[in-house]
Design a protein around this ligand. Sequence first.
Ligand code: XMP
Length: 333
Amino acid sequence: MNSNVRPDSMERITNFELANKFIDEQVAAVREQVGDKKVLLALSGGVDSSVVAALLIKAIGKQLVCVHVNHGLMRKGESEAVIEMFGKALEANLIYIDATDRYLNLLAGVSDPETKRKIIGKEFIEIFAEEARKLEGIEFLGQGTIYPDILESVKQAEGKKAVKSHHNVGGLPEDLKFELCEPVKLLFKDEVRVVGEALGLPHEMVYRQPFPGPGLGVRCLGAITRDRLHALREADAILREEFANCGLAEKVWQYFVVIPDIKSVGVKDESRYEGWPAIIRAVNTKDAMTATIEEIPYAVLHKIVNRITTEVPGINRVLYDLSPKPTGTIEWE
Ligand code: XMP
């Protein structure tokens, strides 16, 4: 599949039969492209890279080397889930790098959102390149490019400005020249999900909500500190758990917590308790260009507020962001 244009004749993959046909074709195409060489893949644990990993494991097994970089800005349990699924269940060749300290040291004191994004993106490429240089015989770079990414880069090449800079593994240093292996690049997201399930990945992994590359880094507003990041991760885990419990997780496009760098006066155990507010965001959208607000039932909100304020150290209030996009963007930074 070398063309970047989806042919009109290409049938939309809506069921396992079509997905299995696609998988067989791609397994054959990847084997032919790669031969006995090795493929390197940055495995974030997101839907696209996970599906590509599962597909490449099926096609070339141990010739695939997955690198999972934990930038310390992952959600609770996320890196562990990648290790469980790919390192253990699928027995992939997985290199796990805990780069938490490296990232948090670089980000200390940096409050500008785009500077934070650039640091996170640049460091990722640096770590990935360091790993790539240590390995021998890698000739290919696997990527979870999907069709909307291709359409988006065409738009940008036509001079339309992006609102925020997103990153992937583009822009590796000159000495690292790989041929790309992008088996799902002509698929839309819904098709990638069907293919993922047909490959045996768990439903929760394949249908998980989108998560930005810079992770919790753009939700811990302003200069990131370890204590506020910890509070954010815990509060976000509670929100996700309660959304899963009441069925909203299946219905809402994106739901998460944001913690700004401000404190307010509160009270706990009859004493003054200065803490951060946790801001809840739950939005629906088709293409992330505009978004509407999900109405969370009051009883669910009440439970979330109760749990976050009692279980998460440092939080004394919970706010619910009712702003659509526009005028808000989905993320706060
Ligand atoms: P915004 O905040 O621009 O978000 O309304 C639209 C969608 O993009 C995601 N997003 C990002 N994804 N890197 C990413 O990979 C980023 O820097 C980034 N910023 C926002 C956001 O989560 C939403 O789904």
